[in-house]
Each structure stands twice: as C-alpha cells, then as structure tokens.
Ligand binder design. Structure first.
Ligand SMILES: [Zn+2]
Length: 578
C-alpha cells in the first residue's frame, strides 16, 4: 500500500480540472466547470467539476469523486494504478518497494498482453514484413503514418505470437481468454497470421483490439478480421483513430466519420486530422455518444455508392435521435475517401466537406437515397421523434417543411402519430436510481455539517455511534467515516474521497461534500438526531413493556429516557425564535 501522505501529495499535485480536461473538454460555468459526463449516455453537460473542492459530480447518473475516482472510473483501472498514473503525470516518484505490491486486475493484465502484442507486431513489420511494407507503399501510406498509428505485421506461423507472449511470462489461461488466439483441434493457435495489423485503441490510447488485413489473397478467414468482443473491447463501442484525433475534434468542432482503416489513414495523411473510422460497422449509438463529448457536428464521409449512402444516412439519422447535427459529404458513386483523395487531392476533398448537406436536405434531394418521399420523411421522423428536446424537434420539422415542401402541421401530426410506439421502444437512458434520502434528512445534514470542520467531526465520531443513524445510507457512511477518516483530514474534501473501494459509497459521500446547508447549525442538527434516536428507543421500550409489563427495570429505564427526552426537547423549543 502506498503511504497516505504520498497519496494526498500526489492528489494535490493533480488539479482535477486539468486532469479531466485531458480526457474531455470542460467549460467554465460560474464557479464550477461543466462537461459531457463520460459515465452515462448524454449530450448535456451534466458533469460538474469543482476546482475549489477538487471534486467532480454528475447530476444525471450520480457518479462522483476526486481526481483518483475519475481516472479510475474512466480508465477502468484500480486505485493504485490511478495513483501511479497521476504520480507520473505530476513527476512524483513512488518508491520502488511500494510499487511491487500492487495487484493487477485481469483487465490490467490483458492491457499489458495487448501492448506486448502491439510491440511484437510492430517489430515484425520492420524485420519480416517486406510484403506488408510493400503493400503499404502500394497504397501510398507513408512510414510515418504507419508508425504513428502503430501498424504491424503478424507472422505466418501458427504460434508466433503465442510463443512470444509466453516467453514474456504471460499465463496460457489468460492468453486463451485474450481474444488473440483460437483453438484448432485442441491446439491454441494465433488468430492473426500473415496479416497487416491495425491496433485498435480506446480513446485514452491503450490498445484493446486488433484488425488484421490479409496479405495472401484467398487465404483462410477473409480479407479483414477483427478481435472478438471481450473484456477490453466491445464491437461497435470504439472509434478507430479517436485516441489521435480527439483534441482535433473539439478544436475543429467537427468530426469526419469514415468507414475503413485506409480511409482514416488517407484522411490523416492529407491533414484531415479531425477524423475517426467506424471500423466497418454502421455508426452505433455508443459511438455517437463518444463523439458527442468532443463535438456535435458529425460529417458522414462514407463510400459514394448506394450501400455507402444508405449506411451514412442511417448513422446520421441516429445522430439526430441523440441530438447531434449530422451532415453528409457526397462522393462520386465509384469512390471512397481513400481513392477520392488519391485521385482528386486535398482541395477537392475540402470542397466536398464545405458543401456537405445537412442530413434533412440530403435525404430530401439526393437521388440515391432509398425510398420515395413518404419513406424518406418517415426515416427522418422516426429519429426526430426519439429526440427529447422539443425546441430541436421543432427546428428540424421546420427544416423538413422547407426541404420537402410539406406543411409543418402535416409533419407534426405524422410525428406525433408514431410517438407512443417509439417512446416505448426506445427508453431514454434513465439516471441511476437514488436511494431515498428524504427520510431522516437531519441525519444527512448532520453528516454534511460534520464534514466541514474537524471540531464537529470529532463530536460526531465520539458522541454518537452508528445506532443514531436510522437511514441505512447515512449509517453506512458514518461507519466508513469513523473507521477511515481522522479529524485532521476533514476540511480537504478531495482527500476524504481517496481510496474508497465502494463506488456507490464514494458517489454518495461526494454528494454530501459538495453541499453547503448554510442556514443550518451543527448543534441544532445534532440535537435533532439525538431526539429522533430517543424517540425510537422509547418506542422500542414501549413494545418491550407491553410484552413484559412486570419488568420493573424496563419501567425505570423508560422514566430515565423520558427525563432526557424532556430536557432535550425543551432545550430545542427554547431556541426557537418565536
Ligand atoms: Zn453521468
């Protein structure tokens, strides 16, 4: 375990606003910062970050914590990994002996496996990848781009990667689950053989999957194969190239979305660095939510043929459902972004992008969009209907009215006729359920106030015990606090949140730390909590007395408690200003 003092020091050296801005854009809103929460699907800035308290909190899904909690949650790593990562960011050395004790989660182990595989493939490309290098050359991909995107080559042998990873000390059991191998006649063999390898990164830059393009025509497994979904990777959740282009997406406030690896590489080489690729799938909801963190303007840059147009309009329509602004970049019917750039050049591409049509105009006018006017209108309405923003819906209906020459009232009546069927089919991502905190509000307030001063906290920890908390959530927090938090840490909200393994507890505690019930006094709230406890004790006692009416001890106890209760309530009543 790393020393607590060091954990505090590392946390203090990593400003939460700066760290989160490394992952997603934040905008200042008064005394706090806001952004699109990465922990639930949203396009509104529900994520609040307090620079003064060094805490974040999402008001939609409830996720909350300090800078460690954010990094942990975002990167799906352990607390110790997050500490290590932020120590490195701040240039603080962690003593070696403390580093060796960390326990790797399976996810962390798999990330190391993928990283090792990536390096192995990259090295093979230079040493044994003549054919693959030749192929890249023929497609006019420069060595710099290949290196930038960490391309590699998988050897032709059945166990080349397997043997390498085993030599590096990875357990066969883990490798079997990694998605890099198949079992053939009871034999574990490499999934990727004699292929040009494309590492697929998550948006923080870790390799989590691979795509492999066949070198020898007509070999087994098809032209492209991708890693299967697993612990690290879910098909349709990632965007190829995003780890490189995410800052450019927010800077340009525009994302160019293409389909394939080579489309991306070509766009990247030509300086269209605000691009991502969907990896052969249609644009999915998860991918759109990922894009939404960086920009709302999505430019679909798919193949110019009928299939490409179909796929682009479907993906763009989904963007409308989620609340983004989609455009379609039109390419000639026989071309894709890769060939178009090679044949026509950058300026021609820039012109195409500049003259991209908003989805509604494109669907209304382009001859290759499938269906007649009625079907096209339905395709758009079906997605507009799912958007929760009434103003946005009306703006789009106006656009549709202009584009199709149909009255807004006709469009609106068609929009609402299908509404019910759709809202049932597409439930909005509901915010995480909150346990009822309205009951025993004074317990919650007492915790909030106690966390604002060491003096109050001492009273809380010494005068009370867990029985004073009738609300289970408050009781849980009280138990955790007295076990883990010394009074001298109170006053530094972000430090209180370090090293809570129970994320639910952490979220709730962060919520309490962010609140400021200024009108309420600690002493009054403490009295209220004590009185409530007395009332409960008296009720219990009454029940016992009913079942054992002759027990004198019980009656005496009741007298005593009644005395305390009267004194306490009188004290409180005297304080009332009327
Ligand atoms: Zn959230």
């Amino acid at each position: 375990m790393i020393d607590n003092h060091l954990i505090e020091q590392i946390r203090a050296a990593n400003d939460i606003v700066e760290v989160i801005q490394g992952y997603l854009p934040l905008k200042r809103a008064g005394s706090t910062w806001r952004g699109i929460c990465p922990f639930h699907q949203d396009t509104n800035p529900s994520l609040n970050v307090s620079q003064t308290k060094q805490i974040f909190k999402c008001f939609a899904c409830g996720k909350a914590g300090n800078v460690y909690g954010f990094v942990q949650e975002y990167e799906k790593i352990s607390f110790i990994e997050a500490v290590k990562k932020l120590a490195q960011r701040a240039g603080i050395a962690i003593p070696r002996f403390e580093r060796t004790k960390r326990v790797n989660t399976k996810r962390e182990q798999l990330l190391v496996v993928y990283q090792t595989a990536r390096d192995f493939f990259a090295e093979n490309l230079q040493r044994h990848g003549d054919e693959a290098l030749e192929y890249l050359k023929s497609r006019q991909i420069s060595p710099e781009t290949a290196q930038n995107l960490q391309l590699g080559y998988a050897l032709g042998g059945e166990k080349a990667l397997l043997n390498h990873l085993m030599k590096e000390g990875h357990a066969v059991a883990l490798l079997k689950e990694s998605g890099l191998f198949g079992v053939y006649r009871g034999n574990v063999v490499d999934l990727f053989r004699d292929r040009l390898m494309f590492p697929i990164h998550n948006n923080t830059g870790d390799v989590i999957a691979f795509g492999g393009r066949q070198m020898a025509e007509g070999g087994p497994g098809g032209k492209y194969i991708n890693s299967p979904s697993g612990e690290l990777y879910t098909k349709g959740n990632e965007l190829y190239g995003l780890f490189k282009s995410k800052y450019e997406l927010s800077k340009a406030d525009k994302a160019l979305v293409c389909e394939g690896y080579f489309d991306f590489l070509r766009l990247w080489e030509a300086g269209f660095v605000n691009s991502v690729a969907t990896l052969g799938t249609a644009l999915t909801k998860d991918q759109i939510y990922l894009l939404a963190r960086y920009t709302k303007n999505v430019y679909m840059l798919f193949d110019g043929d009928v299939a490409g147009i179909r796929s682009a309009t479907r993906g763009a329509a989904l963007c409308m459902a989620i609340g983004l602004s989609p455009f379609i970049v039109e390419l000639p019917p026989d071309s894709d972004p890769d060939t178009f750039l090679l044949e026509e050049g950058k300026e021609a591409m820039q012109q195409r992008i500049d003259s991209a049509l908003p989805l509604i105009s494109f669907v209304a006018t382009h001859p290759q969009v499938e269906g007649d006017a009625r079907e096209r209108i339905d395709l758009l309405l079906e997605h507009i209907r799912q958007n929760q923003d009434a103003v946005q819906r009306e703006l789009w209906i106006n656009d549709m009215s202009d584009a199709f020459g149909i009255s807004t009232s006709a469009l609106n009546s068609r929009l609402s006729s299908g509404r019910q069927a759709f809202t049932r089919q597409e439930p909005q991502s509901a915010p995480a359920e909150k346990p009822a905190a309205e009951e025993f509000l004074e317990e919650r307030t007492l915790l909030i106030l106690s966390l604002q001063s060491a003096e109050y906290y001492k009273v809380l920890a010494t005068e009370l015990n867990e029985d004073y908390f009738n609300n289970m959530q408050c009781r849980e927090i009280y138990q955790w606090l007295v076990k883990h938090i010394d009074p001298d840490v109170v006053g530094s909200p972000a430090d209180i949140l370090s090293n809570i393994e129970n994320t639910h507890l952490r979220d709730t505690l962060a919520e309490l730390l962010l609140e400021d019930p200024q009108q309420l006094r600690f002493e009054d709230t403490l009295d209220q909590v004590k009185i409530r406890k007395l009332q409960r004790d008296l009720e219990m006692l009454d029940k016992q007395i009913l079942s054992e009416p002759h027990d004198v001890g019980l009656l005496q106890k009741k007298q005593e408690l009644m005395g305390v209760y009267r004194r306490m309530t009188r004290k409180v009543i005297h304080k009332l200003p009327y």
